[in-house]
Write a protein that binds this ligand. Sequence first.
Ligand code: AMP
Ligand code: MG
Length: 340
Amino acid sequence: MKNNMKILDYTNYYEAVEILKSGGLVAIPTETVYGLAANIYDEKAISNIFVAKGRPSDNPLIVHISNINMIQGLVAKITYQARALADKFWPGPLTIILPKTDKINSIVSGGLDTVAIRIPKHKMALNIIDKLGIPLAAPSANRSGSPSPTSAKHVYNDLNGRIDAVVDGGVCEYGVESTVISFAGDIPIILRPGAVTYEMIRETIGDVQIDKSVYSKLEIGQKAISPGMKYKHYSPECKVVIVDADAQDYIEYVNNLLGEDIYAFCYEEDIPFLKIPYISYGSKNNLLEQSRNLFDRLRYLDKINAKIVYVHCPKKTGIGLALYNRLLRSAGFEVINIEK
Ligand code: AMP
Ligand code: MG
């Protein structure tokens, strides 16, 4: 067991570079969620990420770089469309999967022959990578399975005693993980929706698909294109159920529920009409506010010992699709559909 983790901030965050140089693990802020960073060329440090998180070893890590030139030598080729997306959305919440070179250790790629890469938008993350001059592997800095961390406090609660430091860069701008798009096959395919939306990608490169696992559980025996998709994820201890209904039907449904420690996980606009306890995850038309709040509020449910929550289903377009996808997985795909 390591000692208490160091909490660095904007006055001393360059200490992170020294820790990373000597093989340590540092949680860094990004615009999506906090990432648990290690030098991609330090095999021991990379293995320690999996240990600290309790992450299955076949779940690959995203490689973070600070400028487009750093991609050279990491990928075997870059398609025209991938380059167009990188030019438009980097630095930003988009991860691009391409065929890898031998420079990428198979521990990083989870044994796959591809690698996931992105340039994050947070200044502290970019400065740390720049100063180190080496790409960082950085999966979300949470215990595997639990909601991703969107503040340094979340990281501390999950990983204190297991990693060397966290750089406190404030609350994450988007609060959901990056969009993941794969260029491993013939047609680009979104494996995980995020703040760079399906609509934005379509507008930039035309043809793009959304993987089935974004909406539905893998069938037994079905192979996951993205290994992360087969694991339980984003789950608080509390049971989560999604209610797909308009406002009136949602309110009527939850107001008729009986039992203790049952909460509505709702929009602000629902609150005046609710007869049961509630946690709001934002205003109904403010998708960015909802995504920024989502994981923090899911974590809060455990703090107050909620036993079961009924979620007012988010919109399924734009960044709403990312919220819907994370909530589906928190709910183990349990959805109550109330016909309109
Ligand atoms: P996280 O690091 O927690 O943000 O999760 C990264 C996600 O990207 C997981 O769902 C991984 O399975 C996925 N991923 C990373 N690398 C690859 C890859 N080479 N092929 C497919 N999915 C990947
Ligand atoms: Mg994760």
